[in-house]
Design a protein around this ligand. Structure first.
Ligand code: 9MR
Ligand code: 9MR
Length: 599
């Protein structure tokens, strides 16, 4: 434990040194720029044709004086999107801890990386700390935020009821208090739908790896209390979410937002001086159901902390039940922003998180309520298996979060749940098998990027969520491919940290080549060269140029459309629903690192 903390701290400082003084290295060698577990697979990818004579690679000390390993490059592979040639350098057999580079005579050497234990602990911790930096309604003192200390913004203690949200007890123009929560992304608004999947992912990390979760120490104001930092961070947003429910009927407002996006300014400089331009808008079915699921899950998690947080678990459960009741009475209350703007003023143009289909939100809400209460009425209200698919979780598609919860809750389920759980296993297994299929032959040998459809807005979260899906199948199925699932989950973390077609580690502050200009208001406005660390860039997005119209994209190839510029909100924003699966993936692999042997 102490050893892991020391090593984690050491790596933390190494990485910050890397950011301050980027190390030279050839961009032609793509690899996880942070490190590799001694006992696990280790792969680098060379992009571009190599001469016959140079078909070998070496691993050397960073000064390149001592060769510690050498091996043959793989046969050429062709990237299906760009048609570029790649070769794989597999140095899995090198297990000796140290800091090295990949060296390919005639091509150059890579950025430095380490081999050892706990190599991703610092990434996992920083990604969780990223949520602290997203906190609304509070100052971030230097003691916790270092050079990114800032003043408080968006108090949200007098938030207007938008005419679309008016009710008898809360007429348009009256105010409610709705402080705290995390800013959604590069913008300063707070959206329940996106908070839903984010909270579900973080709460699941706690439920899946409770012992490991306690080792994530983020140095936040609550770090000295008896609650793990992960749960303290979750509480910041949970308390905000609770204020988004109308006590009169249980319905949940879709979002708390300005009518228009704030300028590129620090939180305390945003909005008018009187700060009376924040609204809650219409209650929606998707917000109410996502809220139900989160509160039901939170109720389970916080029962263990009844002494520290008296009444919280019970409050969460009654909030969940009331939101569910509202949903039953208002099944058609989809949020449609354009329609809302046709009817009400002021118009609201911020993130809409619109969804045409709430059937997956019903499944998730029903399952979490059922698992928390054992009450089959909730469970029987939905069809858990509308088809044979296991869709990858994303903000508009949360069905599979229900499957993860059933998988994890085996022993405590009633017979009906136990029976369905067997079906869930099949879903998890076939989803993992189809992710795995053909990955070993890919240009970057990753699950991520097998299909051009992976490269959507927020593709980094696709990679992270694929990794999580593989980890669930590793944990809960008895497939003969189990070990490969875990290995390829690690491969997707390697993707996020640099083994990809653009050669970036997409996590700010981590790696030699990492985003310096995310579309993130504090990082843009604070006058500090380094962006706020631990934030996951949305990453490569085939349609980004068309979506944000930023000039400077240099490629139209699906896996290459990425631009590290702050105008590029479609490829280089950060967002809480992307950071959460990064926290999960990095933390879960840290927790499971010993099991990566035997490939
Ligand atoms: O900053 C906004 C970002 O958070 C959103 O993801 C994005 C898409 O909704 O919009 C950004 O705001 C831009 C707006 O859409 C158009 N005018 C410029 C704004 C800032 O770049
Ligand atoms: O993540 C969202 C993505 O799926 C959508 O295509 C995109 C455009 O609607 O919006 C993304 O979410 C943004 C939200 O609307 C506003 N805050 C920033 C979010 C990340 O870019």
């Amino acid at each position: 434990m102490l050893k892991s903390l020391i090593i984690g701290t050491f790596l933390f400082f190494c990485q910050y040194r890397l950011v301050a003084q980027p190390q030279s290295g050839t961009e032609l060698i793509r690899l996880n720029q942070i490190g590799f577990y001694s006992n696990a697979p280790k792969i680098a990818v060379v992009v571009g044709a190599i001469g016959e004579a140079q078909g070998t690679f070496q691993i050397t000390t960073t000064d390149q004086k001592k060769v510690v390993f050498s091996g043959p490059l793989s046969a050429a592979r062709t990237n299906p999107f760009s048609k570029k040639i790649t070769h794989i350098a597999d140095f899995s057999a090198l297990v000796t801890p140290g800091t090295y580079v990949v060296n390919i005579p005639g091509i150059g050497h890579s950025y430095p990386f380490t081999i050892g234990i706990n190599v991703h602990h610092a990434v996992a911790t920083a990604a969780l700390k990223g949520f602290y930096y997203q906190r609304a309604s509070t100052a971030l003192p230097a003691q916790f935020a270092g050079q990114w200390a800032r003043s408080s913004g968006h108090p949200d203690t007098k938030v207007l009821i938008h005419p679309s949200a008016a009710s008898v007890s809360r007429p348009a123009g009256s105010t409610i208090s709705s402080p705290r929560g995390w800013y959604d992304a590069g913008d300063y608004n707070k959206y329940i739908v996106n908070s839903g999947i984010t909270m579900g992912t973080l709460l699941s990390l706690y439920e899946d790896f409770p012992t490991f979760a306690k080792t994530l120490k983020t140095n936040i104001p609550e770090s000295t209390n008896k609650i793990p930092d992960l749960l303290d961070e979750i509480l910041w947003n949970l308390r905000w979410m609770l204020t988004m429910q109308d006590p009169a009927d249980g319905g949940v407002y879709h979002k708390l937002t300005n009518p228009r996006f704030d300028g590129m300014v620090m939180p305390d400089k945003a909005g008018s001086p009187t700060r009376t331009d924040r609204y809650v808008v219409q209650k929606s079915i998707t917000a109410s159901l996502d809220f139900t699921a989160v509160m039901a899950q939170a109720s389970r998690v916080f029962t263990a902390y009844n002494r520290e947080l008296p009444g919280l678990s019970d409050s969460c459960l009654s909030a969940a039940r009331n939101a569910w009741k509202w949903a039953e009475a208002n099944p058609n209350a989809l949020y449609k922003q354009t329609k809302m703007n046709d009817t009400f003023d002021p118009d609201v143009v911020t993130g809409s998180y619109e969804d045409r289909d709430a059937s997956d939100e019903w499944i998730w809400a029903a399952t979490e309520l059922y698992v928390t209460t054992n009450d089959e009425t909730y469970y029987n209200a939905v069809n858990l298996f509308p088809d044979t698919k296991t869709p990858l979780p994303s903000w508009p598609q949360v069905r599979t979060l229900a499957y993860y919860t059933l998988a994890r809750s085996g022993k405590t389920l009633t017979d009906a749940g136990k029976k369905d759980r067997l079906k869930v296993m099949q879903h998890l297994r076939s989803a993992a098998d189809s992710l795995l299929s053909g990955a070993d032959k890919q240009a970057f040998q990753t699950v991520m990027g097998k299909s051009a459809n992976d490269f959507i807005w927020g593709s980094s979260a696709e990679a992270a969520n694929q990794g999580i899906a593989l980890i669930q199948a590793y944990r809960y199925t008895d497939s003969p491919n189990r070990k490969a699932y875990l290995r390829y989950a690690l491969g997707n973390l390697d993707y996020l940290l640099g083994r990809n077609a653009v050669g970036y580690s997409f996590v700010t502050g981590f790696g030699a080549k990492t985003p310096m200009h995310p579309h993130h208001r504090p990082s843009i406005a604070d006058g500090i060269a380094e962006p706020i660390p631990g934030l996951l860039s949305g990453g490569t997005n085939a349609n980004a140029a068309r979506q944000d119209k930023c000039t400077g994209y240099t490629s139209t190839v699906a896996d290459e459309v990425y631009l590290d510029a702050d105008c590029s909100y479609a490829s280089n924003e950060i967002a809480i629903n992307w950071n959460a699966p990064l926290v999960y993936l990095a933390a879960a692999l840290e927790a499971l690192q010993k099991n990566l042997t035997g490939y």
